[in-house]
Design a protein around this ligand. Structure first.
Ligand code: NAD
Length: 572
């Protein structure tokens, strides 16, 4: 289809806009904007009145006590529990500044939908559907569309909820400057048309905003993505020298920052799923080896790892939204050395999110899932790429560990490795686990509307059985896009938080403020196979991931995450 056909009334930008956005995207009458896109009041919505929370010119300084318990199992099998307290001070810089969001895979379904959603909200473009006028919004974003229970109104005793985005100063997604790379050089208006995600009447109005945007050329190593992607790879950084590619990407980030007068940049991989990279001693196991392997253009260095390394060396957060092992050990060590931030892997948009909730519900209800069988079919380019075995394998791995921690937490239902070893006499390292399979098929006809079918087969009381089937049909990119905004907003916020321990005496030995640890596991809620600090456990439970995020935002305000004891309702 020609661009003229796409936009039959070029030059007559007949947006059905209600409120009018000015040049910088700020709308005159915020009340007419969808609630998920409204701006916080000047100076913020929340003010904590406490001696331990100080609002300074540069930011918010808050004292926080991390309370826990050390549990030791004695020889008699009994547990000895000691309460622990660690005291910290958090400082959150309040100036957000101008933030750039660079997407790798800008021309894909997610990339085009991110840019289109941002522009529709920024310019308040509404569109006609058969149901009436549709307003732009950020529904599906945890940051923009969910609320946090802050406390109770002392007069009414009712809970008070505030938007999560109002907890601390965060960038508004309308204010991102969005750019990025794609191996397909199609301009963004045509890429949006190719993606077939958004309604025609919206696309038509977005064309004038998107037709001038062309993704930057990118790195293409055909061995890493499916061969069926070769025909769209026409926008490439030439040559095979991986060091030159790294330098090129670093320069792109610097240029994007200076050209747009940005204070900070977040880089996010939403390009095709790659095959797993082999972890090879001497090649990618340490940061020095990885940098040397890039210099030597070693074949096991993937494009996504080049982007991660470029971001780390430029000091900008990098997030991997696909399942492959981009952040191999050498990459994590490099991020640690540079105190740079990384996060990943794989957006948790549909089936896995439901699975992490349902498995937790069953296991915590004392019901024992015996098998979980997941079938997916989808028709978009992601599905086409995943129809190749090595790329599917990356997805299979990232989807498969999602129930592990819930199962391991209940040794009443599932035998531990030690129990199995004692029972069978054969040494086993893995405890009892439900059977778990994942199948993905490419069915072009259904396009971006992914179908996920899950069967949960569980053991009930006295040998009974329960079968639960879920059929989940969802627009893939309309679920992933708000997560991309969340990941970028939260990653940027976390770069502005520093902490110090208050348990060391002032003066000598007292800690200097430090940035958070490089691997941003606080982003786990949005990710299927969360990257965590090496040696620490992955938390897959969606509830615990959400609690961690809320608890951390509260801690930065000096507030306790009181949970649901609701003592006032339990006592006289
Ligand atoms: P897509 O195929 O529509 O888009 C990917 C884009 O990346 C394409 O435009 C392709 O040309 C480009 N690309 C490939 N290799 C590149 C490289 N080296 N550099 C720059 N660009 C490159 O896929 P999508 O639906 O937008 O999904 C993107 C990724 O997100 C996939 O890996 C997918 O598995 C992952 N993901 C998506 C969802 C979801 O959409 N719900 C959920 C979880 C994970």
């Amino acid at each position: 289809m020609s661009p003229t056909a796409l936009n039959p009334i070029q030059g007559h930008h007949d947006s059905f806009s209600l409120p009018v956005a000015n040049g910088n995207g700020h709308v005159k009458d915020e009340s007419k904007v969808h609630a998920t896109a409204r701006r916080s009041p000047e100076g913020g919505l929340i003010k904590v009145e406490s001696d331990s929370t100080k609002y300074e010119e540069e930011g918010i300084r808050a004292k926080f006590t991390d309370r826990g318990a050390d549990v030791v199992k004695g020889a008699d099998g009994k547990f000895s529990v000691k309460k622990t307290e660690k005291n910290y001070e958090f400082f959150t810089k309040s100036k957000v500044g101008k933030v750039g969001l660079m997407l790798v895979g800008l021309g894909g379904n997610n990339g085009t939908t991110v840019l289109a959603t941002h522009l529709a909200n920024k310019h308040q473009i509404s569109w006609r559907t058969k149901d009436g006028l549709q307003q732009p919004n950020y529904i599906g974003s945890v940051v923009r569309a969910s609320t946090v229970r802050l406390g109770i109104d002392p007069e009414t005793g009712k809970d008070v909820h505030v938007p999560l985005s109002d907890m601390l100063p965060m960038v508004h997604p309308n204010d991102f400057v969005i750019g990025g790379w794609d191996i397909s050089g199609v301009n963004m208006d045509k890429a949006m048309l190719r993606a077939k995600v958004l309604e025609w009447d919206l696309q038509r109005q977005l064309v004038p905003h998107m037709e001038g945007v062309k993704p930057l050329p990118s790195i293409y190593y055909p061995d890493f993505i499916a061969a069926n992607q070769a025909d769209r790879a026409d926008n490439l950084i030439p040559g095979e020298d991986k060091q030159a590619h790294l330098d090129h990407i670093r320069n792109d980030i610097r240029k994007f920052k200076s050209d747009n007068d940005l204070d900070s940049v977040v880089v996010l991989w939403t390009a095709n799923t790659e095959r797993y990279a082999d972890i090879i001693e001497g090649v990618n196991d340490t940061s020095d080896n990885l940098l040397k392997s890039i210099k030597d253009s070693h074949e096991e260095v993937s494009p996504s790892t080049i982007f991660a390394v470029a971001s780390i060396l430029e000091g900008v957060p990098f997030i991997n939204g696909s399942p492959q092992n981009t952040c191999i050990p050498g990459c994590i060590e490099l991020a640690e050395k540079h105190q740079s931030f990384i996060g990943g892997d794989d957006f948790k948009s549909g089936q896995t999110k439901v699975k992490s909730v349902l498995a937790e519900f069953l296991v915590n209800a004392g019901i024992k899932p015996l098998s979980i069988s997941s079938y997916n079919h989808l028709g978009n380019n992601d599905g086409k790429n995943l129809s190749s075995q090595r790329q599917f394998r990356s997805k299979e791995i990232s989807k498969s560990s999602v129930v592990d921690d819930m199962v391991a937490a209940n040794h009443l239902l599932y035998k531990t490795a030690a129990e199995l070893t004692a029972e069978t006499g054969e040494v086993t390292k893995k405890g009892e686990h439900p059977d778990h399979i994942v199948v993905i098929k490419h069915v072009p006809a259904v396009g971006d509307s992914k179908r996920a079918i899950d069967e949960y087969y569980s053991e009930l009381l006295m040998g009974g059985r329960n079968v639960m089937n879920i059929f989940n049909e969802c627009e893939d990119s309309l679920l992933a896009t708000p997560l991309i905004f969340d990941l970028a907003i939260l990653a940027e916020l976390l770069t502005r938080v520093t902490y110090k321990s208050l348990d060391q005496a002032e003066g000598e030995g007292a800690q200097e403020p430090k940035p958070l640890y490089s691997v941003l596991s606080l982003l786990s809620y949005m990710l299927k196979a969360p990257l965590v600090k090496p040696g620490t456990d992955v938390v897959n439970s969606l509830n615990r991931q959400r609690n961690a995020l809320e608890g951390f935002l509260k801690a930065c305000l000096g507030l306790e995450n009181t949970g649901d004891i609701l003592l006032n309702t339990r006592i006289w």
